[in-house]
Design a protein around this ligand. Structure first.
Ligand code: MRU
Length: 354
């Protein structure tokens, strides 16, 4: 991702520190924050300083590497085990978090010598993160084939640069299409309650100079019904072996309305998001987040631009519910765009990827 001419990854390891773009401050301030231990990195995942399935995965992998670098020789194995448990308990839905955590801890514990274990952990976490960026670019190349010149694309939440180490999943085809000279326009669902669409996707698209409009989540059906959407592309936090997917709350509704209106609905993911251990979307754990995210809004003050304010937007006596994801059954999905090509969302084609 380029920000004011400089290339950034969303999250990276710098010595013993994990550095990341502070996503809750976007689009108002662009800042990098430093997590000095795996405990701080886990907290950053939980509090969504870093968010998006791929970026969470990479941060988790780096967190295990931090634990490997910090653990004393005598308790190396026990400390890694505890760190893995701690990191896995941050957020339940994104498969990448588990995939990265397991792979890095296996690398750390797969050798006899502790110093070698530390090296392996850092090497594996870094290689996996870089590989994810490469896979994102490949997803972009395959997805670009679906995009005609002048296409209007609808996306939900943020599955762009910021949801991965680089490139993204759902937005990677859009970025490739733009680089290949096509005119594209993106409808950006604002994505209540955390506004990943309005805050993050729109910021990315503005950086890339791609025409777009932010719409309230409830307006997507209106534009689909009126012929204003050619294609939907979303990301996913987990894909089950039958092709059901979990993605940001509201995705299911968009997929149903897209099918009703004959609009192809695609899901873009790296292979690390596919969970072959579960048969269907019914087994995907859905995160329930704090009601405060629904009852309050947060934004920059119009009067004093540097001031970030929190406002109560419902009456003080009401409570709220806040499921963060929903499951879209495979029957609503036209195809899954992966780094190995575009496949149908079924058991056979998914198994064929591995
Ligand atoms: O809660 P978040 O912001 O971590 O949710 C993740 C998402 O942004 C989406 O669900 C996204 O579409 C898939 S993540 C690549």
């Amino acid at each position: 991702m380029r920000v004011e001419g400089k290339h950034y990854h969303t999250v990276w390891l710098d010595g013993k520190n994990v550095k990341m773009i502070n996503q809750p401050m976007l689009p108002f301030r662009f800042e990098i924050v430093t997590m000095k231990t795996h405990i701080e990195t886990a907290e950053a995942i939980k509090e969504m300083v870093v968010r998006g399935a791929g970026a969470i995965g990479a941060a988790a992998g780096y967190g295990v590497a931090q634990a490997a670098l910090d653990a004393p020789k005598e308790s190396f194995k026990r400390n890694i085990g505890e760190a893995v448990e701690h990191i896995k308990n941050t957020r339940p839905t994104a498969q990448d978090l588990f995939h990265f955590t397991d792979a890095v801890s296996k690398a750390a514990l797969g050798v006899e010598d502790v110093e070698e274990g530390r090296r392996k952990a850092v090497e594996t976490a870094t290689a996996m993160a870089m590989d994810q960026a490469t896979m994102g670019e490949k997803i972009g190349e395959f997805g670009d084939e679906l995009i005609k010149d002048g296409a209007k694309i609808l996306t939900h939440c943020n599955a762009g640069w910021l949801a991965f180490v680089d490139w993204g999943s759902a937005l990677a085809p859009v970025y490739k299409a733009k680089r290949n000279g096509k005119n594209v326009f993106v409808w950006v669902d604002e994505t209540r309650p955390r506004l990943q669409g309005a805050r993050l996707t729109a910021w990315e698209l503005a950086n890339e100079q791609i025409p777009h409009s932010i719409i309230v989540d409830n307006a997507a059906g209106y534009y689909m019904q009126n012929g204003e959407v050619d294609l939907c592309i979303v990301g996913a936090d987990r894909v089950a072996s039958n092709g059901d997917i979990a993605n940001k709350i509201g995705t299911y509704e968009k997929a149903v309305v897209a099918k009703e209106n004959g609009i192809p609905f695609y899901v873009a993911v790296p292979l690390s998001t596919i969970d072959l251990s579960i048969k269907s979307g019914k087994e995907i754990p859905i995160e329930e987040r704090s009601e405060e995210e629904v009852l309050y809004a947060r934004g920059e003050s119009e009067k004093e631009r540097s001031l970030i304010e929190r406002l109560r937007i419902a009456n003080w006596k009401s409570t709220a519910k806040n499921p963060a994801f929903d499951v879209t059954p495979a029957k609503y999905i036209a195809g899954i765009i992966t780094s190995k090509g575009i496949i149908k969302p079924n058991k056979e084609e998914i198994a064929g990827l591995f």
